[in-house]
Unconditional design. Sequence first.
Length: 97
Amino acid sequence: KKNYGTLTISPAEITVNAGSAEKAYDGTPLTCYTFSLESGTLAEGDKLAMPVFVGSQTQIGRCDNIIINISVLNARGADVTHNYIIHFTPGTLKITG
Protein backbone atom coordinates (compact mmCIF):
# COMPACT_ATOMS: atom_id res chain seq x y z
CA LYS A 1 0.00 0.00 0.00
CA LYS A 2 1.31 3.46 -0.90
CA ASN A 3 0.64 6.53 1.18
CA TYR A 4 0.94 9.73 -0.78
CA GLY A 5 1.57 12.93 1.06
CA THR A 6 1.72 16.58 0.17
CA LEU A 7 5.00 18.41 -0.20
CA THR A 8 4.81 22.14 0.35
CA ILE A 9 7.70 24.44 -0.47
CA SER A 10 7.37 27.93 0.95
CA PRO A 11 9.46 30.93 -0.08
CA ALA A 12 12.29 31.81 2.32
CA GLU A 13 11.96 35.15 4.11
CA ILE A 14 14.93 37.51 4.00
CA THR A 15 15.50 41.13 4.99
CA VAL A 16 17.81 43.37 2.97
CA ASN A 17 19.28 46.49 4.57
CA ALA A 18 19.99 49.61 2.49
CA GLY A 19 23.31 51.25 3.34
CA SER A 20 23.73 54.58 5.12
CA ALA A 21 26.09 57.47 4.40
CA GLU A 22 26.98 60.86 5.87
CA LYS A 23 29.04 63.82 4.68
CA ALA A 24 29.51 67.54 5.23
CA TYR A 25 27.56 69.88 2.97
CA ASP A 26 29.31 70.55 -0.34
CA GLY A 27 26.36 71.23 -2.66
CA THR A 28 26.48 67.83 -4.35
CA PRO A 29 23.96 65.01 -3.86
CA LEU A 30 24.69 62.23 -1.39
CA THR A 31 23.65 58.73 -2.46
CA CYS A 32 24.58 55.29 -1.19
CA TYR A 33 24.23 52.12 -3.23
CA THR A 34 25.44 49.59 -0.69
CA PHE A 35 23.25 46.89 0.80
CA SER A 36 23.54 43.81 2.96
CA LEU A 37 21.55 40.77 3.93
CA GLU A 38 20.24 41.67 7.39
CA SER A 39 18.39 38.46 8.22
CA GLY A 40 17.45 35.17 6.68
CA THR A 41 19.56 32.90 4.51
CA LEU A 42 19.99 32.63 0.77
CA ALA A 43 20.16 29.17 -0.75
CA GLU A 44 23.67 27.96 -1.59
CA GLY A 45 24.86 29.70 -4.76
CA ASP A 46 22.16 32.40 -4.70
CA LYS A 47 23.14 36.07 -4.53
CA LEU A 48 21.44 39.45 -4.30
CA ALA A 49 21.70 41.55 -7.45
CA MET A 50 20.39 44.62 -9.26
CA PRO A 51 19.01 46.66 -6.35
CA VAL A 52 16.88 49.70 -7.19
CA PHE A 53 17.43 52.55 -4.71
CA VAL A 54 15.36 55.65 -3.97
CA GLY A 55 17.09 58.30 -1.92
CA SER A 56 19.28 61.34 -2.44
CA GLN A 57 20.12 64.20 -0.09
CA THR A 58 21.66 67.47 -1.32
CA GLN A 59 20.86 69.99 1.44
CA ILE A 60 21.71 69.83 5.14
CA GLY A 61 19.41 67.26 6.73
CA ARG A 62 18.60 63.61 6.35
CA CYS A 63 16.39 61.26 4.39
CA ASP A 64 15.80 57.56 4.08
CA ASN A 65 17.82 55.48 1.64
CA ILE A 66 15.34 52.91 0.39
CA ILE A 67 15.62 49.81 -1.76
CA ILE A 68 12.37 49.35 -3.67
CA ASN A 69 13.35 46.22 -5.58
CA ILE A 70 16.12 43.64 -5.70
CA SER A 71 16.65 40.37 -7.56
CA VAL A 72 18.05 37.06 -6.39
CA LEU A 73 20.13 35.15 -8.94
CA ASN A 74 21.34 31.57 -8.69
CA ALA A 75 24.87 30.38 -9.55
CA ARG A 76 23.93 30.11 -13.25
CA GLY A 77 22.57 33.68 -13.27
CA ALA A 78 18.90 32.65 -13.47
CA ASP A 79 16.40 34.83 -11.61
CA VAL A 80 15.10 32.92 -8.56
CA THR A 81 13.55 35.90 -6.76
CA HIS A 82 10.22 34.04 -6.65
CA ASN A 83 11.79 31.67 -4.10
CA TYR A 84 11.98 34.49 -1.52
CA ILE A 85 9.76 36.89 0.39
CA ILE A 86 11.93 39.98 0.60
CA HIS A 87 11.58 42.69 3.25
CA PHE A 88 13.59 45.92 3.19
CA THR A 89 15.09 48.05 5.96
CA PRO A 90 15.97 51.63 5.00
CA GLY A 91 19.32 53.25 5.56
CA THR A 92 19.91 56.96 6.22
CA LEU A 93 21.52 59.68 4.09
CA LYS A 94 22.70 62.61 6.20
CA ILE A 95 24.36 65.89 5.28
CA THR A 96 25.80 67.95 8.09
CA GLY A 97 26.55 71.69 8.18
